[in-house]
Ligand binder design. Structure first.
Ligand code: MG
Length: 251
């Protein structure tokens, strides 16, 4: 009886050996895929430069082409020296174009002259599809709650590291955003996923959002279905600047 049990135990092992892949009949070219050919894209000359297939969202001269304020009117932010700066009280600015999944490059600068502390210092934000905020904040020697500092998905995911440059220096965000898929009841079938590099350093590694990023309350209860939406930049009352904004849609 013991012998039989031993043989039964060995049976899966024997079967596994019997199912070995028929590698002897395979040739290398049988696993090569040639068509369709990968699209050719010209890279930017240097890191952060616009690649050949990207859409520029800011021409450095004015906001007329690509941006409006919350009410669909001309934005009140100030444009000079290839940068656009928040003008306190004029409200957010939104892209006229709407996007689903994308790769976004955006450069930002908190004011060289430091004023305020915690969330009151160089605060703005990049809202993905209008409701998911990647926090912009001057966290160079400036403590705040960890899930609200620069590079956080506001109040959902703290950044992996604090890689902030000094106030007044330009910084980069490279954001890879995969839009959600909704169930019929309006909840997520697949939540939005976000990866963020700040100054070339990974600060968010493919995190799954739980809902819109909320100032107050738990995001799970506020999900509403949406389609393609604008990129929104926040007026939090601090004169934060932005430049070199471009996007590549992920189709
Ligand atoms: Mg903010």
């Amino acid at each position: 009886m013991k012998k039989l049990a031993f043989l039964i135990l060995l049976l899966p092992v024997a079967l596994a050996f019997g199912q070995q892949k028929p590698t002897m009949t395979m040739k290398p070219e049988m696993t090569e895929i040639w068509e369709p050919e990968i699209p050719v894209v010209s890279p930017g000359a240097a890191y952060g430069d616009l690649p050949g297939d990207a859409i520029s969202l800011f021409n450095g001269k004015n906001l007329d082409e690509e941006w409006t304020n919350r009410n669909g009117e001309k934005p009140g932010w100030k444009v000079e020296n290839d940068a656009v700066t928040v003008v306190k009280g004029t409200g957010e600015i939104r892209t006229k174009r709407k996007f689903n999944s994308f790769q976004l490059h955006i450069e930002w600068r908190s004011p060289a002259e430091v004023s305020g502390e915690s969330q009151g210092r160089g605060n703005s934000g990049v809202f993905l599809q209008g409701i998911y905020e990647v926090q912009v904040l001057d966290n160079y020697n400036n403590r705040t709650y960890r899930n609200g500092q620069a590079g956080s998905l506001y109040k959902q995911y703290p950044p992996l590291v604090n890689v902030c440059r000094k106030p007044g220096e330009w910084q980069t965000y490279d954001i890879i955003y995969n839009a959600p898929v909704f169930k019929a009841d309006g909840s997520y079938l697949v939540p939005p996923h976000v990866t963020v590099l700040q100054n070339g350093v990974l600060v968010q590694n493919n995190v799954a959002l739980r809902g819109p990023t909320e100032y107050i309350g738990i995001p799970e209860y506020t999900v509403k279905p949406h389609g393609a939406e604008s990129i929104v930049l926040q007026d939090h009352g601090n004169p934060v600047s932005f430049r070199n904004i471009w996007i590549r849609e992920i189709l």
